[in-house]
Design a protein around this ligand. Structure first.
Ligand code: FAD
Length: 464
């Protein structure tokens, strides 16, 4: 596919301006440059035009018009994606959903909420918590990512260990197909099994099968108490073994977040100072409606950690202390970026029993190739973010070798190439390694059924 000519974009712009206001269309070079990259560090692919949708009808109009003009169009939320999903690889239009940012309703009777796709995830979390309800999916980017982006990537987060991921909460969608036709899939009820699970298909479709314009999520009651502990270790292998042991102990924490030595050093002093000698940490959290049993659970977690070499267990005494720990954890991605000029954040997931072995292999690989590899993530569910930090293009060949080796060792351990960030552009070369040509071909047929001209977010998920 070639980038459309300037004349093709002029003609598209001309037609779009008949249905949209001037401030909904931008060809400002600075804006185009900004919409050409995300948090994946996979390069710059500026669109030729940005369209800011404000209503479902705008989205439908833009998709219809792009089809008629044969111009590619790529949906975009907050551009916090780490797999390059929102990058317009072949130019054309970026269709921004950020102005469709209203929470339309929260029902305390039905335990549901209906949102536009540009709602910031953290705003939904806060709004339902004020009513005693809980929306558990909590990507660490919740302060700036959008619900539409979460739906497209089937985002997870620390609490996925106990509560699951975005797909487990989305029950209905208003969805604009690549042709511009608007449909409603799913339901407003908590239970329901009629027909194929199109909600399940669309959640995680990475902006390639259509655009979410309204999202209905189910909610659960907000647990009354949350208790947090930081388990400290001298090295990451001991911490990984402790995570596995905790999961066998009969306790299901809501988070078990692992930080290795590089990660600990990167966040040390940013709101929280680690004792000298700390080589790894696990941020463990339990929740429930009664306070006393939670202290008992944390004490048990502390005992198991000590048996596996923990040097200390620190309990967060109150809300502000707990928030300081989480702020350090959430700043990790940015703090690591400060260590070297480039960072590639891998997002593998492995069966939980293989966590210690895979972490050891990642460390050994980094040492052998002379690369800094920082491993952290939602270790409780086997989802590890192995970050390769490097200085510039002269190291790129080594980085590519490391990425390939990482994928191979993950697959050899029975794992998957992405636990929550999606395949997007960054990992499209590897999906066939994991799923095999038949399964990839079947998915490509599905894509062709929805989008025969391959104009919606082309070049994503599948090999080029
Ligand atoms: C510091 C940091 C921490 C992070 N932590 C986590 C984490 O814990 N868990 C996790 O899962 N991710 C995490 N991420 C990755 C990222 O935030 C998520 O993938 C998020 O879901 C992307 O949302 P977005 O609004 O930024 O989407 P974008 O990056 O703009 O787009 C992502 C994809 O969604 C598509 N899209 C956007 N809106 C729509 C729509 N309305 N309809 C259809 N497709 C659409 C785009 O085409 C693209 O393919 C993190 C990122 C950062 C920078």
């Amino acid at each position: 596919m070639n980038r459309p000519s300037d004349a093709a974009i002029d003609a598209l712009m001309d037609e779009l301006s008949r249905g949209l206001r001037a401030d909904q269309l931008s060809r400002d070079p600075e804006k185009l440059a900004a919409y050409g990259h995300d948090e994946s560090d996979t390069g710059d692919f500026p669109p030729q035009l940005i369209v800011f949708a404000e209503r479902t009808e705008d989205v439908a109009f833009v998709l219809r018009t792009c089809q008629a003009h044969g111009v590619p169009v790529t949906p975009v939320g907050a551009r916090s994606g780490k797999s390059g999903g929102s990058l317009p690889l072949y130019g054309g239009a970026s269709l921004s959903l950020e102005r469709m940012n209203r929470i339309l309703s929260i029902s305390t009777e039905n335990l549901t909420a209906v949102c536009q796709p540009g709602v910031i995830t953290g705003e939904l979390m806060r709004a339902v918590e004020e009513k005693g309800l809980f929306y558990p999916p909590d990507p660490n980017s919740w302060e700036f990512c959008t619900l539409g982006g979460n739906v497209a990537e089937n985002a997870g987060g620390p609490r996925a260990l106990k509560y699951g991921v975005t797909r487990d909460y989305v029950i209905g969608l208003e969805w604009v197909l690549p042709s511009g036709e608007t449909i409603r899939v799913g339901r407003q009820t908590i239970k329901g099994v009629a027909g194929y699970d199109l909600v399940g298909l669309f959640v995680g479709s990475e902006g390639t099968l259509g655009i979410a314009t309204e999202i209905t999520v189910q909610l659960i009651p907000l647990p009354r108490f949350v208790k947090t502990a930081l388990l400290l270790f001298a090295d990451v292998n001991a911490a990984a073994k402790a995570v596995t042991a905790i999961l066998h102990s009969g306790i299901l924490p809501r988070t078990l977040e692992l930080l290795d030595d590089v990660s600990v050093a990167a966040v040390d002093g940013r709101g929280f100072s680690f004792p000298p000698g700390t080589g790894a940490a696990v941020l463990a959290e339990v929740d429930g409606n009664d306070e006393e049993p939670l202290f008992a659970e944390l004490a048990r977690l502390g005992e198991i950690a000590t048996q596996h070499g923990a040097t200390e267990t620190l309990l967060a005494a109150d809300g502000p202390q707990r928030e300081r720990l989480w702020a350090a954890r959430r700043s990790l991605s940015t703090s690591l970026r400060a260590l070297k000029r480039h960072k590639i954040s891998e997002d593998i997931a492995v069966p939980r029993a293989r966590i210690p072995e895979v972490i050891a292999q990642l460390k050994a690989m980094g040492a052998e190739l002379g690369l800094t590899v920082a491993t952290y993530g939602h270790a409780g569910d086997g989802n590890l973010h192995a970050n390769i930090l490097y200085d510039g293009p002269h190291e790129r060949a080594k980085v590519d070798t490391a990425l390939e080796r990482m994928v191979k060792l993950t697959l050899a351990a029975g794992g998957t190439i992405t636990g929550e960030h999606g395949v997007g552009y960054a990992k499209r070369a590897f999906i066939t390694w994991e799923q095999g040509p038949k399964v990839v071909a079947l998915q490509q047929q599905l894509k062709a059924l929805f989008d025969p001209k391959h104009l919606l977010n082309p070049g994503k998920i599948f090999p080029g």
